[in-house]
Design a protein around this ligand. Structure first.
Ligand SMILES: Nc1ncnc2c1ncn2[C@@H]1O[C@H](COP(=O)(O)OP(=O)(O)O)[C@@H](O)[C@H]1O
Ligand SMILES: [Mg+2]
Length: 416
């Protein structure tokens, strides 16, 4: 018994002692993913454009609707721009007594299902909304009826819409952009903001839907190091104690972030560098802390990306990681990866899919930016597709996949 007592004593001492240590942080929340800053440096022009597109919704409400596409690479501020704009527009509408609402749904989190997306919207306004008993085709009309009842105009932002297209192809987009036209003579209730990483994905849609979407495009460019400095300075002020961040360290984060133009990665580096400073009891974050952070933050390796993949996409990704780790080369042919994929399927007691399906998985993994896929040039006989990993050591990718896959491994089929 005394031993256990001593252990408890010890761990509470650790907590007490750690809490007594100094920290460079004042408030970590502004460095979190959910944080929506009050202002968005270097996105004024886009904010103005969106406001122009939607000014009708305040000035002549229920007379027109709008469809907009926001596009740009990871971390260029697509999500935060839509959310900041939505929040500000709703506030302006409120002061004019116009019933305008903005709802932001992430299609990845909604499992790429329009049904689930609309359900999320409905429960936002009516938390008691029945969970069952609605057919997918009906639900969109149910939403329109609810908007009629509440005399509301809704701006629906569909974030990471590639996941919706990936699963349900063009039908939901088509329905969403056409629903108003079916309601001849009724007030206009629904506008949609589509958020998409790569415009290329639109090729999967039918031509008239593509045409509608291409009319209003907000294209966000990657941030330069200079622009990142402005974005990061705001966060440093909110999140770090005064003078806790060396100017040179901030500059280094911006320089490194500028290579990918990804604000999210840069903010993550700031946070991680702060953690390393705290770990060493340092009063200020130095360039060395930043360099350490660089070694541990991989922009494309976020748990959320991996979790959203289907089992076979995970097998294929694991196969690619293993082939690259073994060969120590930058790329692997799709043939080599497919052979390894079959072995991975066997390992996890699953049946491998056919070649064309495997090819589709590779394509969709590259479309969401987890891997690269390119045609082979000189040196490889015949044309083949070469797969690679984005900025992540193959071994790290492998480790990240093996654990969850092992946990969800299928039971071996019963043999008699
Ligand atoms: N112009 C900006 N000003 C302030 N913060 C920004 C800006 N652009 C992006 N961010 C921040 O960078 C991170 C990534 O932005 P996000 O909107 O998630 O990018 P995307 O959706 O394009 O991947 C978020 O934390 C966001 O708040
Ligand atoms: Mg986003």
């Amino acid at each position: 018994m005394p031993r256990v007592g001593a252990l408890v004593q010890l761990s509470s001492d650790i907590v007490k002692e750690t809490l007594a240590r100094p920290t460079v942080f004042k408030d970590e929340a502004p460095l979190s993913l959910e944080y929506i800053p009050a202002t968005l440096p270097h996105r004024d022009e886009q904010m103005r454009f969106l406001t122009q597109l939607f000014r009708f919704s305040l000035e002549t409400p229920f007379s027109t609707s709008q469809r907009v596409l926001i596009t740009g690479d990871v971390g260029t501020g697509k999500t935060v721009l839509a959310q900041r704009f939505g929040t500000d527009l709703v506030r302006a509408a409120k002061s004019r007594k116009v019933n305008l609402q903005y709802v932001h749904v992430n299609c990845r989190e909604a499992k790429g299902s329009l049904f689930m997306i609309i359900k999320r919207v409905l429960t936002q306004f009516e938390p008691e909304f029945p969970k069952r008993g609605f057919a997918p085709e009906e639900l969109l009309h149910t939403l329109m009826d609810m908007l009629d009842d509440k005399n509301m105009h809704l701006i629906l932002a569909l974030d990471e819409v590639e996941h919706l297209i990936r699963i349900e192809e063009s039908t939901p987009i088509y329905n969403l952009t056409r629903i108003q036209e079916e309601r001849v003579g009724k007030p206009i209730r629904l506008s949609v903001i589509f958020i998409l990483r790569e415009l290329e994905y639109l090729q999967k849609l039918d031509r008239s839907t593509t045409g509608t979407l291409q009319r209003n495009i907000v294209k966000l460019d990657k941030y330069s190091s200079r622009q990142l400095i402005d974005i990061l300075k705001d966060r440093v002020q909110l999140a770090f104690k005064e003078n806790a961040m060396q100017d040179e360290a901030l500059q280094l984060v911006a320089d490194i972030g500028g290579q990918s133009g990804d604000a999210r990665y840069s903010i993550e580096l700031l946070w991680r560098a702060g953690k390393y400073a705290d770990g060493e009891n340092a009063k200020r974050v130095s360039t060395d802390h930043v360099r350490k952070a660089v070694g541990s933050v991989y922009p494309m390796l976020r748990g959320e990306y991996i979790a959203a993949l289907s089992p076979h996409e995970k097998y294929l990704l694991l196969a690619l990681a293993r082939v690259l780790e073994e060969s120590q080369e930058a790329y692997a042919t799709i043939g080599a990866v497919e052979r390894e994929y079959k072995a991975v399927c066997e390992e996890f007691n699953d049946h491998p899919r056919h070649h064309t399906q495997v090819w589709k998985y590779a394509h969709s993994l590259s479309a969401i930016g987890v891997i690269t896929a390119s045609k082979s040039g000189e040196g490889v006989r015949g044309k083949t597709t070469l797969l690679g990993l984005q900025n992540i050591p193959a071994s790290t990718m492998r480790e990240q996949l093996e654990t969850p896959l092992a946990a969800s491994r299928k039971k071996r089929p019963q043999t008699r």
